[in-house]
Structures are given as structure tokens and as C-alpha cells.
Design a protein around this ligand. Sequence first.
Ligand code: ADP
Length: 467
Amino acid sequence: MAVEVRVKVGNVIRNRTVGNRFNIIIGLIVVILVFALINFWFSMKIMASIRAYVNGEGLWSKAQKESVNYLVKYSSSHDEADYRKFKEFLEVPQGDRQARLELDKSQPDMAVARQGFIQGGNNPKDVDNLIFLYQHFRSISYMKSAVNIWQRGDVDIARLVADGGRVHAAVLSGQPTQPLLGDIYATDSHVTGLEDDFSGTLGAGGRSIATTLTELTVLITTVLGALTIAIAVLVALATIQLDKAKTEFVSLASHQLRTPLTTIAWYAEALLASKSKRSARERKQLQELYDASQKATQLVGDLLSVSRLELGAITSEPRLVDLPKLVKAVLKIQQPAIRDKQLQVILDIGDLPRLKLDPRLLSVVLQNLLANSVKYTPKHGHITISVKARKSSVILSVADDGMGIPRDEQSQIFSKLYRASNAQQADDKNTGLGLYVAKAMIGKLHGSIWFESEEGRGSTFYVKLPI
Ligand code: ADP
């Protein structure tokens, strides 16, 4: 089942364009961020609401205590100002009650509820939070218990109002108030118990909500995060597959192009060499046909090498190699171009040990280095190919007195498709693949490649091969 789902998701992803796939990942990340923001906002709102209730409860208790104090004072002072203060303080819990009763209605009048909470001494900025928590969490266990305690507190407040009325009546009629004080103290101590219960319940509710929110956040973030990572992995795999398929296509296409190109080059060369009479124009056309086919063969060869390298299809098959013979064979391939530019080539080959390496790989490297020297050296220039043995290696170098490579571009010369600015100006037909291929092949031969060059004076490329 899980495998089936993975395959299906994999197919859905594979059938999309790369841009589309990234959109999926970005979409998921946006979903996670939006969720995190909403979650943060929601948690903050709940915590702020709970804090507002704790605050409100403090105001409620303080007012209730003050009202009792003034009532007791009034019972002995008989000062109407004390009685008014008693009633004034009682307005605080009565305001809260008004808000609660309004919010309990099926269609509450928010202005009434708001006014009630403000009468309860709450900060107007907290009122929305008080309403929010009441409306959305009224039936959640902790809130339910807290509201229940609050309702019982209101019964006590009503009792205090009645006690106050009786004390007031006794004062006005000149009767003793002392016997009434017992009831007032009893109500007061009952309310104190309720107040403790109320804040305890709210505290426990706050802690429980905080734990639930944390667990929920961790759970949802983990699920969404895992989903994003899974899709990113599938996208990466699909992209690698696509890349591989493209490389395979280039490899196949280059391979298929090689045979017809060789045929064209071969017939063009044969026609050029034949003794038949041709006009100068025809000869020029044949020469151009031959040059173009050579260039195309070189390009197709480079493309094939790059794609095979990237597919990991190039392996080294070492055997004993006659190095001077190999160098001369490579030189022969470049001979027509060398002749054309009337370049002077010096071969400097010392005593060499027999080397064991893959000759195909080394020929590709040498062909690229020599072809570059020929390309980037003007007419009548000089090229020196030297092969010398050292203690544990053979150093092969191709030096020319051509255009050289600008200093600030030298670090990029082995990068795929990179061409120095002066080379681009000189001709725009080359690809910048040769040295990339050469370096990769030298890696397969466990050797190293580097160069020295000065713009306008020439370049020397070195290859070091272990013996
Ligand atoms: P390409 O010759 O097809 O442009 P290469 O990868 O063989 O690509 O070479 C990369 C770049 O290095 C060339 O475009 C050129 O700027 C520079 N380069 C290589 N060999 C030489 C050289 N012998 N003389 C001057 N510049 C060179």
C-alpha cells in the first residue's frame, strides 16, 4: 500500500515540469509558514485571553473585598458615603456578570457584553480577548468549570447586595446592625474560596492548553516537514533521472552523428586529393566542406566524451603504450590545420619508460591540447611538444606562442563551456568543452594537468602521468 502510494506520488511528480515541481515544494513551505503563523497567532491570542481573565478575576476579588469593607464600616459609621462606596464596588462583579449573561444568549449584543466587561474594570484592549475565549472555549472542560465557579460567585454577590440592603434598612430605622455582620462575613469567606478555585482552574486550563498547542504544533510541523522533505527527495530523484535521460540522448545522438560526419569528411578529403580538374571556386568549396566536417566531428566527439563522462561510462583500460607513437599519431590528425597556418612544430621526446595507461583517454587529452595550440596560435607561429621522463612520472607539455589566456580568466579555463574573452573574439565556433573533457580524462588516468600562460605571448599546458 505504502509502496503503491509512493509510486503514484512519484508518477505525479515525474509528469510535471521542473518549474512545476519546485512550485509544489515552495507551496508546501508556504503552507508550513502560514500554519506556523496562524498557530503562533492563535496561541498568543489564547494566552492573552487567559491572562485577561486572570486579571479580571483579580479586579473582581479586589472590588468584592472592598465592598465588604465598606459595608462593615458603614454598619458602624452610618455614613451614607460608605454605603455608596459599598454599592460602587459591587458594580465591578455585576458588570462582569452582565457581560457573561449577554454572551450566553444565542445572539448576544456585543455592545452590552463589552460595556459589562468595561464596567468590570477590565482594560478595553483586553475586552476582545475576554469575549473570544468565552465564545470559543465556553464548553471546554476547564472553562466550563471556571464559568461555573463564576456563576456561584454571582450568587454570593447577590447575597451581599441583599445583606447591604438589610444593613442600610437597619441603619435608617435605627436598629442594631451587629447581628447582620455574621452573614456578611460568611458570604465573604465563601467568595474567597470561590476566588481561589477560579484562579486555580484558569491556571490549570492555561497550562493544559499550552501543552496541547505545543503537541499540536510539533505534530503538524513534523508531518508537513516530512512531507516537504519526501517531495523534495522525489523531485531531486526525478530531476536526476531527467538529467540522465538528457545526457543519454546527447550520447546517443552524438554517437549516431559520428558515422555520417566521418563519411562526409572522408569523401571531401578524397575529392580534394583526386586529380580531377576543378575550378578554384570548387576547390574552395570542397575545402570548406572538409573543414566544417572536421569541426563538427570535433564537436560531436567532445559532446560524446562529456555525456559519457557524466554517465560514468568512461573507464580506464590500461595497457602498455608507446608514447612517441601516440604523440605522432595525434600530430598527424592536426597536420592539415598546421600546414594551413604554416605553423612550425618541434617535437622534443626524451628517453621514455614504457607507460601503462589507457591510450584512448590520453589521445583525447593530447588532441584537445594540440588542437587548442593550433587554433589559438596565429599563422607562422611555433608549437613545441615535449615528452620527458622524471623519477616517478612523465611530463608531457604542449607550448605555443599564441594569444595566451588573460590572467583574470585563467582560474575558469577548465570549467565546462568556459571560453576566454580573447578566444571568443578570435572565433565563435568553438565550445569550451575540450579542457573540461581533458581534465576529467586526466583524472581517470590518475595524472594532473595545469598550464602557464601570458596574454599575447603564449601558453604551455602540462600533463603529468604517473609511471
Ligand atoms: P574551446 O577551445 O573549444 O573553446 P577548450 O575547453 O579547449 O574549449 O578551451 C577553453 C578555453 O581555454 C578556450 O576557449 C581558450 O579561451 C582557452 N585556451 C585553451 N587552450 C589555449 C591556448 N593554447 N591558447 C590560448 N587559449 C587557450
